[in-house]
Design a binder for this molecule. Structure first.
Ligand code: BF8
Length: 635
């Protein structure tokens, strides 16, 4: 099978052969054939009487030692995956909340509040008095309220209850799936899925929905606080793909998720003293910071930092031989990076106490001296550069322009150019008239199981032609960015006439002299909540709920447990949600049926599992058409 649709990635993978190292694709091939029990969710290791496996065929065991059936095993597996995703986003959000608290009390002076109007908007939304108060006073209360959302409360999570429609909250209350703590939801999920607790598959799936709503709250909180501390993104022009790595510079790749670290490295990399030090070491063009995965999206949105690569191809950045330091925090950082760095001069720098890699240098990140740590990281990169072997440098000459920075606020701002008093009206009008047939949010990862980007590329071409407005986050953004889909030129080439007219009208009103890009880059994976905010605002304005809007979501090449958590909350929010890789659920008819259809009656959203990108596009278009018809719009 082809590994990637991207020429730069394909080119860089040739360096792996020259260097004699393995990448994710090689390791995947060594794993084949993968375990059928695991693939279908029919393997349980939740106790030491196991592992137990259930035969999908007539012959063979139909229950584990404890009596757990296929339905129980699969439902428990999904719940645990959602819990792991929620723990990850929760850890990220809690880290942000603690830093906001320290910023407010003056204990973390490297983190001043950059966006006071966002702080005030968030505070007002969650019921905190803002009038006549300093930003530090407000921030302190916002941070405390955020931290309260982690343990068990006697009321719904603030960051969930204040950010979805009222009708959704009522629905969640009725179903008993309202989370009252982010961390406590994770612990409840682990409790109810352990040996001999919840053995009702439908109840377990309701547990997964409850935990996923805690994930949503964590994601929203992470985005809110990132904007408060670092500024709410607005449109910027940047570049994407391996060609952004430069030969004559110190190249520092920022990889992971939390902007607390990457913001500091970007800031320190601009300091004249360090730039001079880099030049003295022989890097004539100074210091070049590039991004990978979600932290890459964060710094791209706020600082135009180019995105080198993402997700499954993260190792290719090292294969260029020109990355001097890869600085990581947590999540989606492959342990395999370390093996590749061993035969290069590259330093992998871990920074978080909970995320270390053997073979890496550990420079621990501390909020109280964040800039100092960032400077040390840069000095380490400069030292590493001195050992760079020019014979091993081979940077693919491929990169694309990519516009990013479409936060909710930026989208509303762009729409306000068409109608200052009522910015959402033009969006709603265009949906009603059919110039925008619907909206699709692309999210999630790249996987070894699909030629990298293949599903994204096919689906966007079909959907955009049918006038579907495309939003993207996470590594979906990376996929579209490196193939040039985040440009006005892509709008001209691929958008249907209606969509092209709308994007052109907004782009021209914004003084771009042409259309907005075909794909609106809304940020990292936690920033999926930015897209949710736009949908909630439209639903509130129309006095309706999310499950009646022509909005769908797609993760065409998903990988992580975080993607499962996000997909589950997208379904809970009422969205038809496509996944392009079959999750480990096929071993249970009940779970498969509930997730792909039964849940629709309860929440309006449901999963569409479809590995063929053309059929997936068709199914998403059908879902949009069903909603348009129900609203009395042309379908
Ligand atoms: O959180 S899209 S591979 S980087 S999980 Fe990871 Fe998937 Fe990328 Fe960001 Ni999201």
């Amino acid at each position: 099978m082809e590994r990637s649709m991207d020429i730069a990635t394909t080119e860089a993978l040739k360096n792996a052969i020259a260097l004699g190292v393995k990448t994710a694709w090689d390791r995947y091939e060594e794993q084949l054939p993968q375990c059928g029990f695991g693939e279908t969710g029919l393997c349980c290791r939740n106790c030491m009487q196991g592992p137990c496996r259930i035969s999908p065929f007539d012959e063979g065991p139909k229950a584990g030692v404890c009596g757990a059936t296929a339905d129980v095993m699969v439902a428990r597996g999904i719940l645990r995956a959602v819990a792991a995703g929620t723990a990850s986003h929760g850890g990220h959000a809690k880290h942000m909340a603690h830093t906001l608290l320290k910023s407010a009390t003056g204990e973390a002076s490297d983190y001043p509040i950059k966006d006071e109007s966002k702080l005030r908007a968030v505070a007002e939304r969650i019921g905190i008095q803002t009038e006549g108060r300093s930003k530090e006073e407000i921030a302190l209360e916002v941070a405390k309220k955020a931290l309260e959302d982690f343990s068990e409360k006697d009321s719904p999570l603030t960051w969930a209850a204040t950010t979805v429609t009222k009708a959704r909250v009522e629905k969640f209350l009725k179903l008993g799936v309202v989370p009252t703590g982010i961390d406590s939801s994770v612990s409840e999920a682990m409790h109810r899925s352990t040996y001999g607790v919840d053995s009702d598959p439908v109840n377990l799936l309701l547990g997964a929905i409850k935990c996923a709503l805690a994930d949503y709250a964590a994601c929203h909180m992470a985005t809110d606080i990132a904007d408060i501390l670092f500024g709410t993104p607005s449109p910027v022009k940047s570049m994407a793909n391996l060609g952004v790595i430069k030969k004559d510079t110190i190249n520092i790749a920022l990889h992971g998720h939390n902007p607390l670290l990457s913001e500091m490295v970007v800031q320190a990399a601009g300091e004249p003293e360090l730039i001079n030090m880099a030049k003295e070491a022989g890097a004539l063009d100074g210091i070049n910071v590039v991004g990978i995965c979600c932290t890459g999206n964060e710094v791209m949105m706020r600082h135009k930092i180019p995105l080198a690569t993402s997700s499954v191809s993260q190792e290719t950045a090292l294969l260029t031989g020109a990355i001097d330091a890869m600085v990581v925090d947590y999540q989606c950082v492959m342990p395999g990076l370390s093996g590749i760095s061993e035969c290069l001069h590259t330093k992998i720098i871990t920074t978080m106490p909970i995320s270390k890699i053997p073979g890496a240098v550990h420079i621990e990140f501390k909020e109280k001296e964040a800039l100092k740590v960032a400077r040390e990281i840069i000095r380490t990169a400069i030292e590493a550069f001195k050992n760079r072997d020019p014979n091993k440098v081979n940077i693919p000459d491929a990169s694309s322009v990519a516009f990013a920075g479409f936060s909710t606020e930026a989208v509303v701002q762009a729409l306000s150019l068409l109608n200052k008093e009522d910015p959402l009206k033009p969006l709603i009008d265009q949906i009603v008239e059919g110039n925008i047939y619907g909206v699709c949010l692309f999210a999630g990862c790249n996987t070894v199981k699909v030629p990298q980007d293949a599903n994204y590329l096919r689906m966007i071409q079909i959907l955009a032609k049918q006038n579907v407005l495309i939003l993207a986050t996470g590594c979906a953004s990376g996929a579209f960015a490196r193939h040039g889909f985040m440009t006005p030129e892509a709008t001209k080439e691929y958008a249907g006439d209606g969509l092209k007219a709308v994007l052109t009208a907004i782009g021209e009103a914004a003084g771009l002299g042409g259309p907005l890009p075909l794909v609106l880059h809304m940020g990292s994976c936690v920033d999926n909540t930015r897209a949710a905010d736009v949908a909630v605002a439209v639903a509130n304005k129309l006095g309706t709920d999310l499950d009646s809007l022509p909005v769908v979501a797609s993760a065409p090449e998903p990988v992580t447990e975080k993607a499962i958590a996000i997909g589950t909350w997208a379904v809970a929010a009422g969205l038809p949600t496509h996944v392009g890789v079959v999750p480990p659920v096929l071993g249970s008819r009940v779970v498969t049926e509930v997730l792909t259809s039964g849940v629709k009656d309860l929440l309006g959203g449901y999963f569409i599992v479809e590995t063929d990108p053309e059929k997936a596009s068709e199914k998403l278009l059908n879902a949009l058409s069903e909603r348009r018809r129900a609203l009395g719009l042309s379908a």
